[in-house]
Ligand binder design. Sequence first.
Ligand SMILES: *[C@@H]1O[C@H](CO)[C@@H](O)[C@H](O)[C@H]1NC(C)=O
Length: 237
Amino acid sequence: MARLPPLAVASGALLLLFVSVSPCRAAAGGGPSSVVLPVSKDDATQQYVTMFRQRTPQVPVKAVLDLAGTMLWVDCDAGYVSSSYAGVRCGAKPCRLLKNAGCAITCLDAPSAGCLNDTCSEFPKNTATSVSTAGNIITDVLSLPTTFRPAPGPLATAPAFLFTCAHTFLTQGLADGATGMVSLSRARFALPTQLADTFGFSRKFALCLPPASAPPSSSLATRPTHFHNQDEAIAMQ
Ligand SMILES: *[C@@H]1O[C@H](CO)[C@@H](O)[C@H](O)[C@H]1NC(C)=O
């Protein structure tokens, strides 16, 4: 499958859309009233993939959608370069809120996103292969487009989006180019929940997942009126 250019989407692909329950309040606070992500289907794996931007300087990250899971995980071994990541300390509130969290006390390698002392850890899982591992919980900048048509942008930025750092082997079995999985579950730190907390959205989203290379044939939406085009697919408000 051809690589998608950053935050662009092929014809027939889908969108992930998150909308504020109170656009006036969000606008008054300077925050976005919605965010919209592209979704496309990877023909080879039948997985649904999305794109967002992360880190400083920002880079595009391609990740597979997971309706389960506890939070976003990405490969922090291969080429994770950022000046804005920070580990979540073992005693910090997010760590206490996570049922399955552990504590990575000491890492003797050179400090990096995946190697930090006194850092909360969790068990990111590749739900396509059922392989799981332990990884640091860290925060970093995450940017998502607020509109999609006629062109992506402007970006809404969550300065400290929480996710788990996985090792490269966990990405085996994911769609070509994907370096992680996005959790769309109800969990405390899943994508919809964190975006709701960050931008004042409610914890609802809508989703349409048509077959590859075909117009959308089915949808799941809390407010279908937010689908402006046939190929817009996931909405949250
Ligand atoms: C963690 O602490 C140990 C012992 O103080 C130190 O040797 C090591 O370099 C530290 N690791 C990181 C990643 O900072």
